[in-house]
Design a binder for this molecule. Structure first.
Ligand code: SAM
Length: 279
């Protein structure tokens, strides 16, 4: 049992959080509202390039092509959905609990000339408004972290996946017990961002109970956590931070400064791949 004590996220509150955060996100991370992936510890890749690299690692795990359908659960500002469309030729439907994000993502698809291939709508992942067996693949990129009940959402994803269809997701987990002296920083971050994290032994049984077969579980902590916390902190402090604070809600800007988490190696990050068994 984890000692991490944070509230269970409420979807409507998560939606309001992202509504408020939309302009600041645009000014700091653009279309990629997720962690970056730096291949080596001495990589000098920018945050944008590292964020695109993590997207690429997920897209490469989606075995879809032109004419097939992908659901992006928790689409943010649309960057990953547009990358799936460009990289695979598949049609993509993205959903978000934030109405503001749906507007931004829709505008981003239009600007990219991909409105015919990529659509976004406001919906709650706990109650997916789609026909059973209507998608060839599902992406849930850094979105289950906000879900009050991951297993329920995995069950919803199972329902809309075609038999043999694939799920690719990322999630945060407690790689090892977080030491007492680091716990308050982790809890502050999870509370501010409306996240929870899972225990390491929970995933495979949870997938199984949702009817999904486990394919891959990959720890990407070293390539993502420390460098993302360091890059984000650099973006929102110093002169850049002052100009962001002048134009945006300062408390939101401060929430992005989590340099104190760079050393929490126990705070882990996973790529998970699963499949709905073929009929
Ligand atoms: C950290 S952002 C990731 C966005 C995007 N996947 C990306 O990688 O850029 C989390 C996303 O999950 C969405 N989300 C959280 N809870 C949700 C829910 N219950 N139903 C639908 N979307 C949800 C948020 O609105 C947001 O778009």
């Amino acid at each position: 049992m984890s000692r991490i004590d944070v509230p269970v996220p409420v979807p409507e509150e998560v939606g309001q959080h992202y509504d408020k955060y939309a302009k600041l996100a645009d000014a700091t991370v653009g279309q990629n509202l997720h962690f970056g992936y730096w291949d080596t510890p001495d990589s000098t890749a920018s945050f944008d390039d590292a964020a695109a690299r993590l997207t690429e690692l997920l897209v490469s795990r989606l075995p879809v092509g032109p004419g097939q359908r992908v659901l992006d659960v928790g689409c943010g500002h649309g960057g990953p959905a547009l990358a799936v469309a460009r990289g695979t030729g598949a049609d993509v439907t993205g959903i978000s609990i934030s109405a503001e994000q749906v507007k931004v993502a829709t505008a981003n698809a239009a600007a990219a000339g991909l409105s015919d291939q990529v659509r976004f709508q406001h919906a709650n992942a706990l109650d997916l408004p789609f026909e059973p067996e209507s998608f060839d693949a599902v992406l849930a990129f850094e979105s289950l972290i906000h879900m009050p009940d991951r297993e329920h959402v995995l069950g919803q994803i199972h329902k809309v996946l075609k038999p043999g269809g694939r799920l690719v997701l990322t999630d945060f987990y407690e790689r090892a017990p977080i030491p007492a002296e680091k716990l308050s920083a982790v809890e502050r971050y999870l509370r501010d961002m409306k996240f929870t994290i899972v225990q390491p032994d929970e995933y495979v049984p949870m997938l199984g109970r949702a009817g999904l077969w486990f394919v891959e579980l990959l720890d990407i902590t070293a390539q993502t956590m420390r460098p993302t916390f360091e890059h984000m902190s650099a973006k929102v402090t110093g002169d850049q931070g002052d100009s962001l604070s002048a134009e945006h809600d300062q408390s939101l800007v401060e929430q992005l400064n989590n340099a104190d988490l760079a050393d929490v190696d126990e705070f882990g990050h996973l790529i998970v791949v699963a499949e709905r068994p073929a009929a």
